[in-house]
Ligand binder design. Sequence first.
Ligand code: NAD
Length: 290
Amino acid sequence: MQKLTVLGTGVLGSQIAFQAAYHGKDVVAYDLDAEAVAALPARWDYLRPLYLRDLPDATEDRLEQAVARISASNDLAAALEDADLVIEAVPEVLEIKRDMWAKVGALAPEKTVFATNSSTLMPSDIADATGRPAKFLALHFSNEIWRQNIGEVMGHPGAATESVTAVADFAEEIGMVPVVLKKEQPGYIVNSLLVPFMSAAARLYVRGIADPGVIDSTWRTATGSPFGPFEINDIVGMETPYNLNSRSEDPELREFADILKRDFIDTGRLGRAVGRGFYNYGPDGSIQSS
Ligand code: NAD
């Protein structure tokens, strides 16, 4: 599959478009918001130094060629015209996704395979809206996809094996490590492991058992992991854990959400991307102090 159309050019959509182009795919980046499309050159300027920093094979020349392989569009029909694969990264709202996929199903050529990057919805929640459930499945990326390069491939009972294989192959061709789940699972593999881990850390903190720095260093020392849970919070950014925990039925996790809001979000300590979160970071992203 050579021709990729990415729907939604926000945080993840822009990364998927850039990563595919970096690996030689022809990419159309579609967003319904003209401002999001206009912001794409700035997205590429943000990503370029990160590729140079993190990938030994990145050169200015190769990155320039990647940018040249991406065209941007506000016109859905034109964006889908010759797509081999569509990857959707629009907001995590079921109605928005179903509505989007109904339009795509009506417009895309017969050959096109469809994949959603949804983090929490199941492919079977959306598949019927596409009008071609056998060609629809999930390909889930992790933020900073060029280096956290897992590609979780998850079908649904109506997905065709050829579609699953084609999407897993595509993921590998664009530098991901594909992993095919045998069944649908909310949170795939990564978040099924990560969310309970992060919740356990939040409870230790809320109960006053230990400070975040101690919880993190205990985990790193005991397991050899590079990051503890609060360092991961800083990497993810505070908004996602806040949204997740504020809706929890567990009062301790709601208390954690209140702390995130009061002491972090409202004070601009949004995480590593802004240099401040549970820790203070230097310009190279290393921890300077807690
Ligand atoms: P985002 O808010 O940064 O981007 C969403 C984009 O979709 C915006 O540019 C918006 O203008 C556009 N959009 C809204 N409605 C649209 C429509 N109908 N058609 C086309 N574009 C539309 O969101 P994000 O963080 O990139 O997340 C997108 C998807 O990726 C979600 O399903 C999310 O679960 C998933 N995801 C996010 C992350 C992450 O770390 N941010 C990681 C893995 C998966």
